[in-house]
Ligand binder design. Structure first.
Ligand code: ADP
Ligand code: MG
Length: 477
């Protein structure tokens, strides 16, 4: 039997407001436990929540970016459940009326585009954290995160493979970072996702029973967790069993999912409007104001890079993966006046490789736009060859100064003086009579050998094009 996978994702993006959703406490990550939890966050009796307008601004920004309608009136509800890291005994969320209604996003998988529906995005508050490892036999509770604003983005069950789910997740990740509403840090938990997974016989219209996978904190794990779960469900059904509607945890060490609890139905949460919070009213003016702050979105930027700079879809994709990288590239093209494709090669090649090697963000690159500009200029005016340029780049990366300083200090200036190159060629040819004879007898592969010897003798500084031309003349003479 052939099976079809059905996936819907719930993404939790921590909104990067300075203070919490309903209190004035700071949201900064990494503080001493419980130093950023005020009376509201720890739920002392008598406190009242006051909504942070900045969170609404960010939610609206996201809604506009996915072409969604913004609900002019949305309602905060209490979602009741009991857990040690939830001091109120309920989480403030939005249920029947979320701030962001239906929208959509387009993913691209190996050149094939597909639209994924977004059911809704709503505001809610985060819970605290349970620390199981710090205290022997006890659990510690850190409420610093309690009350941090989250945007929960719920997709339609539109994805049909783990790869599509990852592509969707990456797209949302890229978007929230472009919009500067979430830092996207998955290790710190500011961008998390639950994957709902079911299978059904191919051709069947009705959805199968879903399992909800929690605790997935990297793109790679999303893919692995879903793949494991799909196999598990198919094996189960083919063995005569039935998939239970449940919440499962992904264990990345064992690469398996494990049952955590049977899934609550909505009524188990006893949702009701929070009597302490008035409905959230968003005016048309507010929406238009937010609209003015929208940056150029990733898809538009990619299309423009392809059109304006003649880049391939792949290069444009790499260069627009973050706003910072795209800005770096554009500034470089403008400042250096160099061929956009050459600039693209340097940014996606050498620069990306070094950033990756040293695990650095583009904003922390030791080779700044102006240093890279200097390098491309010396390459364009033939002061250095492409090969030497890589050496200069590495020296700049290691803090040895800008391109001109490195070239001067290390004497890397390219030799373009025909006479000087000819002199070296004479010497090499004189030293290799046997190879010369073989070459002239037809062993043309030896040409590369001669080029290599000349480059070696000049420490790679001879202009390669000139070496080729002059050698050809000399060898066939
Ligand atoms: P809950 O809060 O109970 O998880 P939501 O409606 O918030 O419910 O989220 C449901 C998520 O599960 C959505 O992303 C939806 O697309 C997805 N989903 C619903 N039914 C299925 C199914 N049969 N198979 C896979 N995903 C599903
Ligand atoms: Mg869910």
């Amino acid at each position: 039997m052939e099976w079809e996978t059905v996936i819907g994702l719930e993404v939790h993006a921590q909104l990067q407001t300075k203070s919490k959703a309903f209190s004035g406490a700071a949201t900064k990550y990494g503080a001493e436990p419980n130093t950023q939890a005020c009376a509201v966050d720890i739920a002392l009796p008598g406190v009242l929540p006051v909504f942070n307008k900045e969170a609404a601004r960010m939610a609206v920004k996201f809604g506009l970016a996915i072409g969604a309608a913004i609900n002019h009136r949305s309602v905060f509800a209490r979602k009741n459940y009991f857990y040690p890291d939830l001091p109120k005994g309920y989480q403030i969320s939005q249920y029947e009326l979320p701030i962001v209604a239906k929208g959509q996003i387009t993913i691209d998988l190996d050149g094939v585009e597909k639209t994924i529906g977004i059911t809704r995005a709503h505001l809610e508050e985060d819970a605290g954290k349970s620390l199981h490892e710090d205290f022997h036999g006890m659990t510690g509770i850190d409420l610093n995160r309690a009350g941090t604003p989250l945007l929960e983005i719920v997709s339609e069950p539109d994805m049909r493979s783990a790869k599509e789910a990852v592509a969707y997740l990456k797209k949302i990740h890229e978007l929230v970072r472009y919009l500067e509403i979430c830092d996207g840090n998955m290790q710190e938990g500011s961008f998390r996702c639950d994957a709902n997974v079911s299978v059904r016989p191919k051709g069947e219209k009705k959805f199968g029973t879903r399992a909800e996978l929690k605790n997935i904190n990297s793109f790679r794990f999303v893919e692995k967790a879903i793949e494991f779960e799909v196999e598990r469900q198919i094996d189960l059904i083919e063995g005569g069993g039935k998939v239970a509607q449940e919440t499962r945890l992904y264990d990345s060490d064992q690469d398996v999912t494990r049952s955590m609890r049977s899934k609550e139905e909505a009524m188990d949460y006893r949702y009701f409007p929070d009597p302490d919070l008035p409905p959230l009213v968003i005016t048309e003016d507010f929406i238009r104001g937010v609209e003015k702050t929208l940056p150029e979105l990733p898809d538009a930027k990619r299309a423009r890079f392809m059109k304006d700079y003649g880049l391939t879809a792949y290069d444009a994709g790499v260069l627009t993966a973050s706003r910072e990288l795209a800005d770096y590239y554009e500034q470089l093209v403008r400042a250096s006046g160099s061929d956009p494709k050459i600039a693209a090669n340097w940014v996606t090649g050498e620069l990306a490789a070094f950033l990756n090697r040293d695990n650095k963000d583009i904003s922390a690159s030791p080779v700044t736009v102006s240093m890279m500009t200097g390098l491309l200029k010396r390459l364009a005016d033939n002061t250095i060859s492409g090969k030497i340029a890589k050496e200069v780049f590495e020296a700049m990366w290691n803090g040895e100064g800008d391109a001109d300083a490195v070239i001067a200090k290390k004497g890397l200036k390219q030799i373009t003086d025909t006479g000087a190159i000819e002199k070296v060629i004479e010497e090499i040819v004189a030293k290799n009579p046997k190879q010369l004879e073989q070459y002239r007898a037809g062993k043309e592969t030896l040409f590369g050998y001669f080029v290599g010897q000349v480059m070696k003798a000049t420490q790679g500084k001879a202009n390669p094009a000139q070496v080729n031309e002059l050698l050809k003349k000399k060898l066939s003479a």
